[in-house]
Design a protein around this ligand. Structure first.
Ligand code: IVH
Length: 695
């Protein structure tokens, strides 16, 4: 955008300021719409931020001129379809877990060892509650909130700035934070707000949320920020990402500074020993159910930032922090009924319908009963009073029966969704529907899985849309997704843009998103099929082994079991499930239809980008941050060969703690040696590149 050289705000007359504010209000609204609704921004993010900053600066000098429709008050324009992606300038890590005193002791001992501290040199840690919500990153430039993002996968999150602007705990501007300061913290919903929201949902005949965490997540992911604004979300700051300078040299000091800038931070305590940490943990656990919001543990963080820097991170979590979890909370209630749900692969899962009961502040009304044996062993019957527990975001569990019910539960031998016979194979615990792809419950589930994030990841095509297309007879098999527009016509429906909940933009965006995914990597394609036992990891192993579609298809012949078993990491269950899937003629038709619509990318290209491709690597000594199996799998995934002994042919030795003769031999032969941390860094970086290459 070509802005005239701006007059410094200090030199603006009142009349000039008034006119410029009007101009800015119009301009920002225009760009919001272009960006959010049409998904085609007309100016760069930096230029846009500059407009907003200028607006805030003028308003700060002339508060009396602030317009009723001021962009600084107005929520960002509603997002039409999905959220923009944001790459975190520093990854958003997760935390390792401690469950007991021994784990906490290990955590401190590990730090002392790493920092080579003398015995008796105390490590001060900040202890504070771990909130059960969602983390968010808030970027401030020159004191103005310019962008907010979800954690996403830690590397790339979603731009939810407009929604975060609606949260009262998040200041729009802060003073004294320097050029760039990215505040990180937790967005969550209090129990009171959660109860309110569910009351409103029920009154409006809308589905209720299962717990405050889901409610907070659902509220943040609203495409219309006005809905988020109505949701009473809270925010607490506890960390930071990219910063141009830090206001203190301790964790507690930065918390204090963030509080002074207007953020809410949680009450925290400095502990100097395991005893103090355990005492804090016990006290907080005891007071847990009286709190206004869910906490699921305590986070300990090394107070000194120079130590945090030295400690750094191991794979996905920092060495200077850990989450010390609380034990699960429990309550008693009545089993009102036992329902059977049909899963994506036809598995029948019994679910207890419970008389609603509050467990640790959250109303629980369902619990999975896993399988027939679980019900029999625990003697769970309709009419029984049972003890249930909720552990973090794990689905509630029935622990034991307190008073038994009248009749034993008889597991049904037909699928409740399609009526087909259900079977329980010998040696298996689960009953399964035999209806395969013809069972409605499975078809929708299979399609939903097919378009899910780690599979085809088609934006704008979620469970709701899939169900609607399936119901309309438009999408019955995965291939139909790629013929969507034609099939809508063939089935005699109105064009998608005229369907309820759709418009021209969202329909066009969906068709474009589908087109984009016609090109897909082999591993995603394999994973997308939803074959039993073939998860993401196995799909990758298969794709890497066969490299391209033709080789993969050639390998799927019934007599090829041995060859599949030869792949390191592929066991008999997986190989058999894979062959059984492709032996089924119905599945084969579905597959052939599908690949006819796709361009399947070869895998070699991705592997070739790794600097360890084709190299022979030897792991020796004790790996402390990863398992041997994991290290081996990663190396192989990067195209390296892993060997057990060092020779002149070895390219790289990764030496863990207490490495012995192999390390000596490597040194004698002049083979390159790196330590575990260097390996993790090398392989993590490569893994990310590889992920991008193949996605
Ligand atoms: S510190 C690098 N402090 O827990 C570590 N995390 O399992 C940054 N969380 O993704 C996180 N309360 O969403 C930290 N007081 C707290 C927290 C907290 C909740 C969440 C956060 C993070 C997850 C890690």
């Amino acid at each position: 955008m070509n802005q005239p050289a701006a007059v410094p705000v200090d030199e603006l007359s009142q009349a000039e300021a008034k006119s410029e504010l009007a101009h800015l209000a119009f301009e920002i609204r225009y760009h919001d719409a272009a960006y959010y609704q049409k998904d085609s921004p007309a100016i760069s993010d930096a230029d846009y931020d500059q407009l907003r900053r200028r607006n805030s600066e003028i308003e700060a000098r002339f508060p009396e001129l602030k317009r009723a429709d001021s962009p600084s008050e107005r929520l960002g324009a509603p997002v039409a379809d999905g959220f923009k992606k944001v790459r975190h300038s520093r990854p958003m890590l997760s935390l390792g877990n401690a469950f007991n005193e021994a784990d906490v002791t290990d955590f401190l001992a590990g730090i002392a060892r790493f920092l080579k501290l003398q015995d008796g040199n105390p490590i001060a840690v900040v202890a504070e509650p771990k909130i059960d919500g969602l983390s968010a990153a808030l970027r401030y430039e020159n004191g103005t909130f310019v962008q907010g993002a979800t954690r996403g996968d830690g590397e790339v999150g979603e731009d939810i700035t407009a929604n975060l602007r609606t949260i009262g705990d998040i200041p729009q501007t802060i003073d004294g934070a320097g050029a760039v300061f990215e505040v990180r913290g937790e967005v969550f919903m209090s129990h009171a707000a959660f109860a309110d929201l569910n009351r409103q949902q029920a009154a409006a005949d809308k589905p209720e949320y299962a717990n405050p965490r889901n409610a907070a997540a659902g509220s943040l992911r609203q495409l219309d920020p006005a809905i988020t604004a109505s949701r009473q979300l809270s925010f607490r700051a506890y960390a930071w990402g990219e910063v141009s300078s830090l206001p203190a040299d301790t964790q507690s000091g930065v918390l204090e500074a963030m509080a002074a800038w207007g953020f809410k931070v949680q009450a925290h305590e400095i502990c100097k020993s395991v005893t103090e940490m355990m005492a804090y943990h016990s006290a907080m656990e005891a007071g847990r159910s009286a709190r206004a919001y869910d906490i699921d543990g305590i986070v300990y963080k090394v107070d000194r930032l120079d130590w945090q820097d030295r400690l750094g991170a191991a794979s996905r979590s920092p060495r200077w922090a850990i989450a010390h979890k609380f034990a699960a909370e429990q309550a008693q209630t009545l089993v009102e009924d036992i329902d059977i749900q049909v899963g994506r692969t036809g598995k029948l899962t019994p679910v207890a319908r419970l008389k609603p009961v509050t467990v640790g502040g959250v109303v629980v009304s369902n619990a999975t009963l896993h399988n027939e044996d679980y019900i029999a062993e625990k003697n769970i019957r309709v009419g029984a009073t049972v003890l249930v527990q909720r552990a973090g975001d794990v689905i509630p569990q029935v622990l034991e029966v307190v008073t038994p019910g009248p009749e034993p539960f008889v597991f049904p031998n037909a699928c409740p969704a399609c009526g087909a016979d259900a079977v329980r194979e010998e040696g298996e615990v689960d009953w399964r529907c035999g209806g395969g792809l013809t069972c409605v419950a499975q078809a929708v589930e299979r399609l939903r899985h097919f378009v899910s994030r780690n599979a085809f990841d088609i934006e704008g095509l979620g469970e709701k849309q899939i169900s609607a297309f399936h119901e309309a007879g438009v999408v019955e098999a995965p291939a139909h997704i790629f013929q969507l527009e034609d099939r809508i016509k063939i089935r005699g429906h109105a064009p998608l843009r005229d369907w309820e909940g759709w418009g021209e933009t969202s329909a066009d965006n969906l068709f474009a998103a589908i087109e984009e995914k016609r090109t897909i990597s082999l591993d995603r394609l394999i994973f997308a099929l939803g074959i039993r036992h073939v998860g993401q990891g196995n799909a990758k192993l298969l794709a890497r082994r066969y490299e391209n579609l033709a080789n993969f298809e050639a390998a799927l012949l019934p007599d090829n079991l041995e060859e599949l078993l030869d792949i390191d990491g592929i066991g008999e269950k997986v190989a058999k499930a894979l062959l059984a899937f492709f032996a089924d003629s119905h599945n084969k038709v579905v597959w052939d239809m599908l690949v006819g619509e796709l361009r399947v990318q070869d895998m070699e290209r991705a592997a070739a980008t790794s600097p360890v491709t084709g190299q022979t690597i030897v792991f020796t000594g004790t790996l402390e941050q990863t398992s041997r199996a994991e290290a081996k799998a990663r190396a192989e995934a990067l195209g390296a060969k892993v060997s057990g002994s060092v020779s002149a042919k070895t390219d790289l030795v990764v030496a863990g703690a207490a490495a012995g003769s192999k390390l000596k031999k490597a040194q004698a032969l002049g083979v390159k040696v790196i330590d575990e941390t260097e390996w993790l860094e090398l392989s993590a970086i490569q893994a990310v590149n590889l992920e991008e290459e193949t996605s």
